[in-house]
Ligand binder design. Sequence first.
Ligand SMILES: [Zn+2]
Length: 307
Amino acid sequence: MQFSHNGLIIALDNGNGDISFISHAHSDHVNGVKRSKKHSIIASEETIALANLAGEFVPLMRGARLLNAGHILGSRQLLVEDEQSGTVSVYTGDISLSDNIIVKGCEVPTECDKLVLDATYADPKYVFPSYDDVCSSISKWVNDNRNCNLVIGAYDLGKAQEVVKILNEYSKVVPLVTEKAARFCDVYKKFGVKLDWFEVGTDEAEKAMRDSFVAIVPMRKATRYFCRRLSEAFGRKTLCAVATGWALTHRFDTDTAFPLSDHADFNDLKRYVEESGVKELSFIQGEGNHLRSLVEKKLITTSATIV
Ligand SMILES: [Zn+2]
């Protein structure tokens, strides 16, 4: 996917253009650019650090703006306004409209002709509970199980740091994290996000593991089998959970699941479409079929056509 602007092709989270815009540091948004070996990149400072990007970082050209995306640290949307026609195009990348414990919710442009929208949860079955309720339920689970070891599956970048912060602030717990997640925590800290964690394999982590502990692990590790092994190894009951928006609909092999999402839910996407006044709408990350049918049946206040 690309935007054409001032005679340049701006590739959107891929390497097929004169310049690549990278919305945020999740690998599915970065790897295409890394593979292309083209090195003219527009990205936030945080994204450059989190994704360990190398290349030439070009300043924003006239008529282009980055808007907060509210997804993970450094996530941005790209807005370009054509000088001749005045047409405004926006690429959201991954977005979340609500504030979370680390980043503010995304900025919704008030004028937008063409919109490429994150449709990850563009389905009415994805309406998330309030953020505070989800944080409180994580905290309650931790507090109710202080005598157990607890394992929480979360993506290494973005979600893991959010869970660290929730555990620090709601439960006064310093969790263990993997080496990979710890590297991302370091970058968050460098950009002013206060986080406390222990990196697995360090002396302080070993010390923390003498008592009951909470560990944040990659999603694939958060299984009952893994927890049984931990229970045997530590001689203490181990419970596991996952923290993901998919918890609303998917079953996980865990004791519990928290619908902690860093994406917009269905109602938020509807609101984005309505408030932005978009005229031409297309989707990334999912088919957007439910939004498509709402637009086509005129159930959203929009004059948008789907392209
Ligand atoms: Zn993402």
